[in-house]
Design a protein around this ligand. Sequence first.
Ligand code: ARG
Length: 465
Amino acid sequence: NTGKLWGGRFEGGPSPELDALSRSTHFDWRLTPYDLAGSRAHANALHRAGLLADADHAELLRGLDALGERYAAGDLRPDPSDEDVHGALERLLLEEVGPDVGGRLRAGRSRNDQIATLFKVFLRDHARTVGGLVLDLADVLVAQARDHLAPVPTVMPGRTHLQHAQPVLLAHHLLAHAWPLLRDVDRLLDWDARVAADSPYGSGALAGQSLGLDPEGVARELGFTGSSANSIDGTAARDFVAEFAFVAAQVGVDVSRLAEEVILWSTREFGFVTLHDSWSTGSSIMPQKKNPDIAELARGKAGRVIGNLSGLLATLKALPLAYNRDLQEDKEPVFDSVDTLEVLLPAFSGMVATLVFDRDRLAELAPQGFSLATDVAEWLVRENVPFRIAHELAGACVRRCEELGIELADLSDEQFAAIDPRLTPAVRDVLTVEGSVASRSGRGGTAPSRVAQQLDEAVAAIARH
Ligand code: ARG
């Protein structure tokens, strides 16, 4: 006996080089609790099918529990001779309950349906954790937005192409980062419902099992709502892994967009925001430095989680049905995405929660760069001027200001009138940031009353999740 799961038809054991290549315990050992739960459910199914005597059943469950306790206590370890978590746990179970009882558990299942099932359970657990952390970040953004909405709303220069575009409320901008995160949580929930309906246990190696086991019972015991309709699909499909990796990558990307802004905003040139000391770092040589390392790591780690997704898709591309050993490569990338987000998100939320915005600086910059030009054009439209002409006239105002080196509100009544008589002194009503933001009162707009409503919607959305 080679000590492997497949001794019978082999004369000698595998070469050490093969063992080294094949081994996955250094990364799949963390699946131990899931594998044990799957084994418990499988033992129960064998028992229900009349293939396991009461005493053997009880003994198997005792053995599996004992392994679980040792794992929790940190003194269960794979051996260098173990290929993967499944083989290691079978060896340890045989040691625990003896080969006669322990050797009954593998009936009717394969590592192929086993890994497909328990990887789903693992990812469903972590989808909940990651989803919770993403919600925490959305919550922090909502809290910052609330702080900057009343009593006096903080205004800022809204940008397109990174150029001053139109003034907006800081609360509006912060909430614009919260909504994508809430959609990411929705994506995790959608994903979870799909995965929950499809427990692969019972698929066997690829063709299903012949022992009268009941996959639906196993599925329910493991928290699924249903089992795979097709045993080939059950063992070969990994779209659930790729989809999870996509949502993780999208979370990384969404966080990176805010990260980039925090990095810009905390520069001397922008001066929009100061990072809390506990959530920023210094330099080993430059005593004055305060660096936004959390935001930079967030930006960098987005690349990493994107890489995990693309690597995974490359592994899956053109892979014939059913199980192929290539599929063992599905775990490390997603483990890494999970670990990355679970360490990144709490740090990132802490940084965002403690950002201190410079309201005066933001307010001072909000009207600069002629960001009220659109307001002039829209005011003319309300005065019955066709938009094409209104746009021209507002543009002419900007050109005049550039010549004079002033901002729109600095033009005199005469200077306005000289550009066009339709530019009466009443145009000044819209030449304040407050007037501008207040006028954008349609649904989704940046008017304080609308943003207050939006904030309520975001709070309700967070509470729903
Ligand atoms: N460790 C493998 C994986 O992660 C499962 C084992 C299936 N191995 C096999 N030879 N059928 O995909």
